[in-house]
Design a protein around this ligand. Structure first.
Ligand SMILES: Nc1ncnc2c1ncn2[C@@H]1O[C@H](COP(=O)(O)OP(=O)(O)O)[C@@H](O)[C@H]1O
Ligand SMILES: [Mg+2]
Length: 245
């Protein structure tokens, strides 16, 4: 199962500032969509809107061709149960790895035996087999982020949202997380939307890349066109390293 995502004229304004201006894009079912941009571009703002943690000031978000109009807790829960979200800074409960990963299944009323099986499978996927009884405060940053990924994946999300999931990690952990993301997209056919400031990561993972600068989506293309024949001079400047972050 998977969902398509469409964003139309999406804007987010706060009293002093426009964080996102008139953003448009579409992500097809099972596509990996990578939003790339320097610090402060609005990546977190955008991904929080997609995760329905914030409300847009203007514009529309559609999942599976259904516009999100109703931001009541009941409707948000209905949608958010289909989503897995990984934040840039790992967010875990102060508890054992097992309980952290099992949480999403527990609140869905899954039986203990199934939970045990699924937790085991997903921990294997993120190469943390045997870590079930470890308390999360004993984990390295990379291990903790892999637990966060397992927590997002255990519910078999239709849409996986990741906000700079490897930004604070060493290369080995970053590669591992990239492998898992690709695996989920290919094997489980989840739709994936992730942000990064790392263009090599975008090249490795993306079916489509979008450049976000200063709250505006500059260019959305396949990696081939985006990196080899960009249409916008700002995309060229970014990939040539002339826009710093
Ligand atoms: N609630 C807020 N109040 C004021 N400024 C904000 C708020 N949220 C984000 N910003 C600012 O908006 C810009 C975009 O932020 P963010 O979405 O976090 O960018 P990114 O994730 O790409 O680094 C930044 O300059 C940030 O400081
Ligand atoms: Mg951010």
């Amino acid at each position: 199962m998977t969902v398509s995502v469409e964003v139309q004229s999406l804007s987010k304004l706060i009293p002093q500032k426009t964080l996102l201006r008139d953003v448009n894009f579409g992500v097809e079912e099972s596509e990996v969509f990578v939003i790339i941009g320097p610090n402060g571009a609005g990546k977190t703002t955008l991904i929080r809107l997609l995760d329905l943690l914030d409300k847009p000031s203007k514009g529309r978000i559609k999942f599976a061709n259904t516009e999100i109009k109703d931001y009541s807790p009941e409707n948000l829960v209905k949608w958010r149960r289909k989503f897995g979200m990984v934040f840039q800074r790992t967010v875990l409960f102060n508890a054992k790895v097992y309980d952290n990963v099992a949480y999403g299944l527990k609140i869905r009323g899954t039986d203990d035996e199934t939970i045990e099986k699924k937790v085991k499978t997903v921990l294997k996927l993120v190469r943390l087999s045997g870590f079930e009884q470890r308390h999360v405060h004993t984990l390295s940053g990379g291990e903790a982020q892999r637990v966060a990924l397992a927590q997002a994946l255990v519910i078999e999300p239709e849409l996986l949202l990741l906000d700079e999931p490897t930004a604070n990690l060493d290369p080995a952990n970053a590669m591992l997380i990239e492998e898992v993301i690709l695996n989920i997209a290919r094997e489980r056919k989840a739709t994936v939307i992730m942000t990064t400031h790392n263009m090599f990561q975008a090249k490795r993972l993306a079916d489509k890349v979008a450049l976000l600068l200063d709250g505006e989506l500059i260019e959305t293309d396949t990696p081939e066109i985006f990196f080899n024949q960009p249409k916008d001079p700002r995309t060229l400047a970014f990939i040539e390293g002339k826009i710093f972050f």
